[in-house]
Design a protein around this ligand. Structure first.
Ligand code: SER
Ligand code: ZN
Length: 530
């Protein structure tokens, strides 16, 4: 990297003829300050020329490995120290006409903050910066900008490649031929167990909720609770600041749901709008927007974010580690645009989010315990066809980071996905016939670092989390085992027999079709016989 630019220094008074000697000396000091810590002024930085007019001193500087923002601050500090004796103070500095030259032609064509223009030629990129005020020089904006260019370049290089997916383990074949080949999404809708509320949102009637809860309760009693995780209730509406720290605002802004508070609590201030709605029976969103604040929140996305926030800034000692919590208190939201389907891919979904914090070996151990419990849950409790894969970590994907997936090492940070076969989508040999139902990750310091979660003796702290998407488990379970409880595993049948099903609702238009009604009748009869 090479940089050049003009540091404009505003002094507390005009420079007079009498000051010139002192000024020249001060500039020699600046030269020394710019080269300090480097082998030569070319490697660090140097003053190429300077001039003064009234109380403004302008220095043209060139730097090598010393970033030009840091060089500018060195100029200021050095001048302050040398000119103080002549009672000349430094009021402020500004960096103008800065040009940063980096190796390689960086592939970027968007508008970047603080950047005037970018030119690429002969294997180099020239970045012309807008003026940087002193407060920008003190913050690491230039460092961040250069890092951003690196990341964009890495993404341009790797981004087009398929996501990482490496099979770790798979169950034996259990259903040959399949027990059921129907699409459970369709059956559930037709039989009136669920009703589409809005795009990507469903209402789950008591009977559907009963089945979802059965999945969830079994998971909690067989996997989560025996391992010592304790239930917490996490908020589901997050201030933007949380998304800045986790990286979600950079990585997944296109699929987050944002929300706004009203501008005022004073109902009379809404009168024009409320009168309009009274008369027209319409609620025009663009009108409503005028009464709302800008979006200051987003709805629960990864579901574990509040956990990192809670421990943010804390010092933890051995006696409180590892921390093992879970939350199942509400929905997560993801706007999947065109990808929505049935209960499998929705905007609003329900998940048990398991999250833990500890020293690396504790986090790995907890993950291993969970992994074994998940395997038993899939193999013995639900007795399904499953597979597990080492995949691009969700926390890389969701933070827009361009890191590459490291070689598989089970003791290092990474994500394992669990997938269940859904026969209605095709034979098990086909990739598209598998549904991701959950994952389990070790994040390393991905969250402990930005949230400043620390150990009292300075040891490294890691986190891990695991998401169990209730709807998807239910769909995949029904896809493999169908709707007849005779074909369901004993653990589930036991659970259901201890918790009798609720009566279904039946109304004029629900279920919609005769076939649906028949389906519902049969299903209730079957469930009653468990
Ligand atoms: N928080 C993780 C995710 O979003 C696990 O649920 O995938
Ligand atoms: Zn999580």
């Amino acid at each position: 990297m090479k940089c050049r630019g003009t540091v404009r220094v505003e002094l507390s008074r005009d420079v007079t003829r009498d000051d010139l000697e002192a000024l020249e000396k001060a500039l020699k000091e600046v030269g020394l300050a710019l080269a300090k810590g480097f082998r030569s002024p070319e490697e660090g930085g140097r003053v190429v020329s300077w001039e003064h007019a009234g109380r403004v001193l302008s220095l043209n500087i060139e730097t090598g490995r010393l970033r030009i923002d840091e060089a500018s601050m060195r100029v200021k500090n050095s001048l302050e120290a040398s000119l103080g004796a002549r009672r000349i103070g430094v009021r402020g500095i500004r960096l103008e006409d800065a040009l940063v030259e980096v190796e390689g032609e960086v592939r970027v064509d968007t508008k970047l903050p603080y950047v005037e223009s970018i030119e690429k030629s002969q294997g180099r990129t020239l970045i012309r910066l807008k003026s940087l005020e002193e407060r920008d020089l003190k913050r690491p904006v230039l460092l961040k900008l250069l890092r951003l260019l690196d990341e964009k370049e890495a993404r341009a290089r790797w981004g087009g490649k398929a996501e990482h997916w490496q099979l770790l383990k798979r169950s034996r074949i259990k259903f040959d031929p399949p027990l059921f080949t129907g699409d459970p999404n369709k059956v559930l809708e037709e039989a009136g167990l669920v009703k589409r509320f809005s795009i990507g949102q469903w209402l789950y009637t008591p009977l559907a909720t009963y089945l979802l809860n059965a999945m969830r309760e079994l998971f909690l009693s067989e996997v989560v609770l025996p391992l010592g995780f304790r239930e917490a209730i996490f908020p589901k509406m997050y201030p933007l600041e949380i998304g800045l720290k986790t990286g979600h605002l950079r990585g997944t802004i296109n699929s987050m749901v944002f929300c706004s508070l009203p501008k005022t609590y004073e109902i009379s201030e809404f009168e024009e709008l409320t009168d309009y709605m009274y008369v027209t029976d319409e609620a025009p969103p663009e009108e409503l927007a005028r009464y709302l604040r800008h979006p200051e929140y987003f709805l629960c996305y990864a579901q574990c974010e509040p956990f990192y926030w809670f421990f943010g800034g804390e010092l933890l000692d051995d006696s409180s580690l590892p921390v093992k919590w879970f939350d199942r208190s509400g929905p997560s939201f993801r706007w999947e645009s065109g990808g929505l389907y049935g209960l499998e891919r929705v905007i609003e979904f329900h998940r048990v989010e398991v999250v833990w914090l500890g020293k690396p070996e504790q986090v790995v151990e907890t993950r291993n315990e969970l992994l074994r419990a998940y395997e038993r849950f899939m193999d013995e409790i639900l007795d399904l066809e499953w597979r597990a894969a080492w995949v691009t970590p969700w926390y890389y994907e969701q933070s827009g980071a361009a890191e590459r997936v490291e070689e598989f090492d089970i003791d290092k940070p990474g994500t394992i996905d669990f997938e269940l076969w859904v026969p209605y989508r095709g034979p098990r040999e086909e990739q598209k016939a598998w549904l991701e139902v959950g994952n389990i990750s070790i994040h390393g310091t991905k969250f402990t670092s930005p949230f400043r979660i620390r150990h009292n003796r300075g040891e490294t702290l890691w986190t891990g989390c695991s998401g169990f998407g209730a709807q998807r488990w239910l769909v995949a379970f029904l896809a493999q085992r169908g709707f007849d409880p005779d074909n369901w595993p004993p653990a589930l049948r036991d659970f259901l027999s201890r918790n009798p099903p609720p009566e279904p609702v039946s109304a004029v238009t629900y279920p919609k079709t005769q076939a649906g009604r028949e389906e519902l009748r049969r299903l209730v009869e079957l469930l009653k016989k468990v």
